[in-house]
Write a protein that binds this ligand. Structure first.
Ligand code: ATP
Ligand code: MG
Length: 236
């Protein structure tokens, strides 16, 4: 469904992505794992149209996305929960969620989806009138995922949802990602440094190092791979 071919992206003279190819089939959870600076965020920002590629293609079904503006890409069904969450600090939880539905006109559908997000994350419902900036890190992560869901995407891009969150909450958030995939049939591209957790819920994985894919395969195969274990799984 989402197909990336030979994608090159640079910051000025510095190449950040050097020929990335990757595909995310309908209804799958695919993970991209890699260390700091490998190019994970660059890839997600390019898919979302926030960075322009030098060459290569990104297609969703029959549409080519590399020439589209960010709002057109959202309209085509791709939503991102960005690294660092980037929630609107001065808006309430509910207002943040409404921002995710900015391009939608179906008031009833928006209300239904907000109820779904609240049922998925009861903590957000309890705190619906609280300012986003005063939420804990884990709550902000839930809000970022919820806000992305509010655009009713076909594909959810998640940039390091485990970053800076206590292990117990990381488990909850990963369970929710599985639920979203299972209940809504949502396709997920999950970027993570937490390879153990990410490979645990994905069906397929890619390993990125300095802008190139160095390994790919079934998630269970990657999790058992000696190189992956040494580099990304520590002693786990
Ligand atoms: N705005 C920018 N200008 C110049 N170089 C950048 C910019 N953003 C990122 N880079 C560089 O591009 C490379 C890839 O960065 P990117 O943020 O995509 O990595 P990442 O895999 O997401 O890392 P992390 O796990 O730390 O978030 C890095 O070498 C980084 O320094
Ligand atoms: Mg990053």
């Amino acid at each position: 469904m989402l197909e990336i071919k030979d994608l090159h992206v640079s910051y000025g003279q510095i190449a950040a992505l050097k020929g990335i190819s990757l595909s995310v089939p309908d209804h799958a959870i695919v993970t991209l794992i890699g260390a700091n600076g490998a190019g994970k965020t660059t890839l997600l920002r390019t898919i979302s149209g926030l960075l322009k590629s030098k060459s290569g293609s990104i297609s969703l079904g029959d549409s080519e996305l590399t020439k589209c503006a960010p709002h057109e890409i959202v309209a085509k069904g791709i939503a991102q929960s960005p690294e660092g969450r980037m929630i609107f600090a001065n808006l309430t939880v509910m207002e943040n969620l409404k921002m995710g539905a900015f391009l939608r006109k179906d008031t009833d559908g928006i209300a239904t989806d907000m109820e779904y997000v609240f049922s998925m994350f009861p903590r957000l419902k309890e705190r619906h009138a609280q300012q986003g900036g005063t939420l804990s890190g884990g709550e902000q992560q839930m809000l970022a995922i919820g806000r992305a869901l509010m655009s009713k995407p076909k594909i959810l891009l998640l940039d390091e949802p485990s970053l800076g969150i206590a292990p117990i909450l990381v488990r909850t958030i990963f369970q929710k990602i599985v639920e979203i995939n299972h209940n809504l049939g949502m396709t997920v591209l999950l970027v993570e440094q937490n390879a153990h957790m990410a490979l645990g819920i994905a069906s397929h994985g890619y390993v990125i190092e300095t802008g190139k894919i160095v390994l790919e395969g079934e998630a269970s195969w990657l999790a058992a791979n000696e190189e992956v274990k040494k580099a990304y799984l520590g002693s786990v």
